[in-house]
Design a protein around this ligand. Sequence first.
Ligand SMILES: Cc1cc2nc3c(=O)[nH]c(=O)nc-3n(C[C@H](O)[C@H](O)[C@H](O)COP(=O)(O)OP(=O)(O)OC[C@H]3O[C@@H](n4cnc5c(N)ncnc54)[C@H](O)[C@@H]3O)c2cc1C
Length: 460
Amino acid sequence: MGTGILRSDMSESSVVAEKSKGTESAFESWGRYPKYDARRIPLQWQGDYPAVMQGVHDSSLAVGMGRSYGDVCLLNGGNLLVTTGMNRLLAFDPETGVLTAEAGITLAQILDFSVPRGFFLPVTPGTKYVTLGGAIANDIHGKNHHVAGTFGSHVPAFELVRSDGTHILCSRSDNPEMYAATIGGMGLTGVMTWAQVKLRPIVSRKIDYEGIQFHGVDEFLDLTNASGHIEYTVSWVDCTSTGKNFARGIFMQGDHSQVPGELKPSSEPKLVFPIEAPGFALNKLSVSLFNTAFFHKQIHKRAVALQDYEPFFYPLDKVLDWNRLYGKSGLLQFQYVIPWDYAREGTIAILGEVAKSGLASFLAVLKAFGDVPSPGLMSFPKPGITLALDFPIKADRSFPLFERLADMTREFGGRLYPAKDAAMTAAQFQAFYPQWRQFAQYRDPKLTSSFWERVSGEAA
Ligand SMILES: Cc1cc2nc3c(=O)[nH]c(=O)nc-3n(C[C@H](O)[C@H](O)[C@H](O)COP(=O)(O)OP(=O)(O)OC[C@H]3O[C@@H](n4cnc5c(N)ncnc54)[C@H](O)[C@@H]3O)c2cc1C
């Protein structure tokens, strides 16, 4: 039962198709910085790679939806192997929940198939418009990291194709070193053609939601400690306020409702961010007004609701292309994890530095990672606190601030997330990921990225 071919005419695919017109043009990552030209080569079938590379000598990189913020999905002057046409569902076993699909399928397409059958993703990021291959290659995490670990922990197997034509079946027992290098391996070990993911059962689309206001990092930590049994937790934090409002926020938690309910597929988003916002649209005043309004949107200290999973997991997906709000110059994301020993101290210090800078935006997310080990050699999560935030790019101010924050992260024993990065230096990366040289042994010699060239000093 349950095996089928998915429609490929969904809106996110057409967004990519639109983006993919022509062969030589900019492929934008979500932060829209940096901007590079590359040749796009669509992969439609599992057998396309490496055959499509015949006569093409440049270095290459497989890409999905370009939902990474920086240059991990960019390759200046190289070939981008766009995988979103390779999006067929291959098999589904309702006994085990294991779904097998081509790697270019999006999580949105998986949900359209699985929710009506009573299954949900084991781990999901804050957007459903990412591909299965992209989710594995960055070993993404979600609101349930403290109980479920990363996405890669739920991937029984996948196939990796190398540039020399070798097909490698990877699992914890088949080629385990290549399995570990590819999960979180940023597309550098080969092209994933298909992969499995073990879905979890649900009986309703609804989430039992609770939002709780907090003031400061200590209250955030108290709420975190009290919520270990709840599957999903995440906090929005105001990183513009100082004084008595410093690090105020809303702790959001939820579980899948156990009351059987409707399991229909989601409707497609209708709103598209209509214009290219001028650079001044996001300034200190507009952002702090937003933060104050967001904090007071929840009138009481606690609010409960039975909420659909879409606004709970994907509040920003309602508006396609919301990244245009930052204007043409784009945005920088900054996401750290600091281990528990220094998590409190480091988070207070970094939030203080961000508030002082007046540069932070309204999208700041604070969360505790749990201790489920990540399966990837280069996976980002480790136990501690993670903070993710955006800065509009302002040439003279954003980069110095970023560098300061990255250095502070390093002093507190933390590291930054490559999927969100466009600015860490090679020295910072190599200190954050001392295992990078071991990882480099698994890299396919013909695959590279602008990120890798920047942080490893290795050209293809
Ligand atoms: C609004 C928003 C919210 C987000 N929230 C989260 C979050 O909560 N947690 C989190 O962890 N991340 C989050 N992200 C980041 C996002 O989940 C990751 O960057 C993800 O990897 C993007 O997938 P993609 O399909 O767009 O891949 P791309 O960005 O196109 O590529 C990502 C990487 O995957 C590699 N890759 C893609 N396909 C293949 C393939 N078939 N074979 C080999 N390598 C491949 C690429 O080479 C690249 O290194 C968020 C992003 C956005 C825009």
